[in-house]
Design a protein around this ligand. Structure first.
Ligand code: PMP
Length: 357
């Protein structure tokens, strides 16, 4: 019997486990930061038509440069961006992978401030990029002076900033990002997967793109756009950065069906993003409710809330699951993260948590 340990895999992969939150069939799934609202019948109908149109040409490879989709993404983002500034892939995870393949690799390093999105360090590992784990402050923000000092000490080839941050929900002020950009010797990646959920007044790093050819802003259609199943992520950067990514992307990485579906979703953006206000309101109410229970709760600019601290968080997680509510054990020891769902799902969460603690 051959097992994984019998195979000649890379030494640095030995002993690792595949990444992934549990995918369990429970009534209330609040563990992977999806948008809880399914596509409307109108969107599903338009998707069906788009599949029919694209289907007629599926004997041919898709547009390997996804030009029409990139035009639509540029139009959505605004900020004077054009298709030349945009790049798309199968989820922002693939975007992050392409970035690390082009700018990281053996002999190179990437630095991130933790707790943060763990795929940054995991993809650094799988691309043989040395990962430098720096720390966020106690309030999960960044102190510019300390952030600058750690960047100057390590001189990484890439710096990852996540804003709003997963799993804490913390947004970084634009001037902190600008200060990091001013000192970082290599590329600066701002992961804005949750940008659309940020509170009013939180500026996107997109506004820093003019004049900064080493800045990359990554986004996704998995969260606010409610299209996690489609797998579309994208980035905005100087056109030279996209030229670099063309050197590592697989030919035809984004299927014709994916490109078509993403364009339909962008055409429906008013309806899709219409759910964001309700989710923000539900998030703010959840923060208040958890604080009212005497818990510590991180301020959130995303569609999830990090709360704690529990002596045995796994026990709390387990007992919520026993009541049909799946949340996530992630972040600093003792904390838990709940994704914001529908009002009914959040009522179920509150009822279950009231029983558990
Ligand atoms: N960045 C952050 C901060 C995330 O939380 C996630 C998903 N949880 C991603 C990127 C990847 O999302 P996707 O691949 O679905 O675009």
């Amino acid at each position: 019997m051959t097992g994984l340990s019998d195979l000649p895999i890379r030494d640095d992969l030995r002993g690792r486990s595949p990444y992934g939150a549990p995918q369990l069939d429970v009534p209330v799934q609040l563990n992977t930061n999806e948008n809880p609202y399914p596509p409307t019948p109108e969107l599903v109908e338009d998707l069906a038509q788009a599949v029919r149109r694209a289907g007629a040409g599926l004997n041919r490879y898709p547009d390997r440069d996804a030009v029409e989709l990139r035009k639509d993404l540029a139009d959505y983002l605004g900020h004077g961006l054009t298709a030349e500034n945009l790049w798309a892939a199968n989820g922002s995870n693939e975007i992050i992978q392409q970035i690390l393949q082009a700018f990281g690799g053996p002999g190179r390093s990437a630095l991130g401030f933790e707790p943060s999105y763990s795929m940054h360090s995991i993809i650094a590992g799988s691309t043989s990029t040395r990962w430098i784990a720096a720390e966020r402050e106690a309030d999960f923000g960044l102190d510019p002076a300390r952030a600058i000092a750690v960047i100057e000490a390590h001189e990484p080839d890439l710096v990852f900033l996540t804003s709003p941050n997963n799993p804490t929900g913390t947004a970084l002020p634009l001037d902190v990002i600008a200060e990091v950009l001013a000192v970082a010797p290599g590329m600066v990646v701002v992961d804005e997967a949750y940008a659309e959920f940020a509170r009013a007044g939180t500026a996107s790093a997109l506004s820093l793109l003019p004049g900064h050819d080493r800045l990359i802003v990554t986004r996704t259609m998995s969260k606010a756009f409610a299209m996690a199943g489609t797998r579309v992520g994208y980035l905005a950067a100087h056109p030279a950065v996209i030229d670099a990514l063309l050197l590592v992307r697989l030919p035809y990485h984004l299927s014709a069906l994916t490109q078509a579906a993403a364009r339909v979703a962008l055409a429906h953006r008013e309806t899709l993003l219409g759910t964001v206000d309700a989710l923000r309101a539900e998030r703010d109410a959840t923060v208040e409710w958890l604080r009212g229970r005497g818990l510590r709760v991180a301020d959130s600019d995303a569609n999830f809330v990090l709360f704690g601290e529990f002596g045995d968080r796994h026990d709390v997680w387990r007992r919520l699951l026993d009541r049909g509510v799946l949340i996530r054990e992630v972040g600093p020891e003792g904390w838990l993260r709940v994704t914001i769902g529908t009002p009914e799902e959040m009522a179920a969460f509150r009822a279950a948590l009231t029983e558990v603690i």
